[in-house]
Write a protein that binds this ligand. Structure first.
Ligand code: ASN
Ligand code: ZN
Length: 322
């Protein structure tokens, strides 16, 4: 039981050692025209040595190994969302190669972005299955790379929770885009299908209803707050970055719900512009971020537009001051 709880805690504890580089391309001239993806999948074969043995390169056929092929397809879907919807050429906007390692470690209960590549564990088989099984998780890890190469949000406190939230937002959008779901049809769950059937829970997090993703004898209850009224002050997990992300996650959901249609359209464009527009400080608080989304909505759709109103209303609902 304790091992299983630690497994979930681990999902929110890995990143302390990760360094986030400053954006290396000035905004304004930051985007090359999107090209095709260039993916490489490695297999760590149960070791923790990166990157491992090369098992599938861009253009090569399926290997028959589920984790390898899910990672390959998931990276392709994610690349396609950024290229087709946001006009972004890969993680760095410059066509960066997408590297991922599967079968990392033994019974490894996590996935992560290490600053240069994605890494996926197979799960312990009791609480978690393999982490490539969820497209929103693949999109989440890759979005850490996008954040690193754009706003470079510090991985601590509110900026860290925003960093986490960016990954959940774009992870959810990848999944909705591939499934061609409207905001109303989408589950808004992050990591659906990762838990084994033994776990009482649907996913790691819910953007629509933070705090309700799981409630399990072993894991306990999903600790995410859904407004500033229940913001969690903690020194664990870099200041609760995987917990307090529930607040900005729900704000994005509320904008998408209010506007209807596909969340990657107007809501996605507003959030993408906020993340990559060059005005967000690395230490942004929720309020600073909220004002930046309102400014992006005005820039893209005009002051007093329904998009602008939806953004202001969403932050009010989660009790973040504009
Ligand atoms: N899956 C977690 C994340 O990407 C791992 C971590 O680095 N904390 O946020
Ligand atoms: Zn993350």
């Amino acid at each position: 039981a304790r091992a299983a709880r630690e497994a979930l805690g681990h999902v929110g504890s890995f990143q302390a050692s990760r360094t986030q580089a400053m954006p290396d391309v000035p905004s304004g001239l930051r985007h090359a025209k999107p090209g095709p993806s260039n993916r490489i999948i490695y297999d760590a074969e149960g070791s923790e040595t990166l990157p491992g043995r090369l098992v599938r390169k861009e253009g090569e056929p399926g290997t028959g190994d589920a984790a390898t092929d899910e990672a390959y397809e998931g990276l392709g879907h994610t690349h396609r969302l950024y290229a087709d919807v946001f006009g972004r050429n890969s993680i760095d906007g410059q066509g960066l190669r997408l590297d991922a390692t599967v079968h990392f470690g033994k019974l490894y209960d996590n996935a992560f972005w290490d600053g240069t590549q994605m890494v996926f564990g197979d799960g312990d088989g009791e609480v978690f299955g393999r982490f490539t099984a969820s497209l929103s998780v693949i999109g989440h890890e890759l979005a850490h790379g996008v954040t690193q190469h754009s706003a470079a949000l510090a991985y601590r406190n509110q900026a860290g929770a925003l960093n986490e939230s960016m990954s959940d937002v774009f992870g959810a959008l990848v999944e909705q885009y591939v499934k061609n779901q409207s905001a109303a049809e989408a589950s808004w769950l992050i990591g659906e299908g990762l838990f084994t059937p033994e776990v009482e829970g649907s996913a790691l997090r819910s953007m629509k209803a933070p705090g309700t993703a799981y409630d399990d004898d072993v894991l306990g209850k999903d600790p995410q707050p859904d407004s500033m009224d229940s913001y969690v002050r903690t020194s664990a997990d870099n200041g609760g970055v995987h917990i307090n992300s529930g607040i900005p996650n729900r704000a994005f959901y509320l904008v998408a719900e209010s506007l209807g249609g596909n969340a990657w359209d107007s809501p996605g464009r507003i959030w993408y512009e906020t993340l990559t527009g060059g005005s967000l400080p690395t230490t942004a608080t929720f309020s600073v971020f909220a004002r930046a989304t309102a400014a992006a909505a005005v820039e893209l759709f005009g002051s007093g537009s329904q998009e602008h109103d939806a953004v202001r209303q969403a932050w009010e609902t989660v009790k973040v001051k504009l």
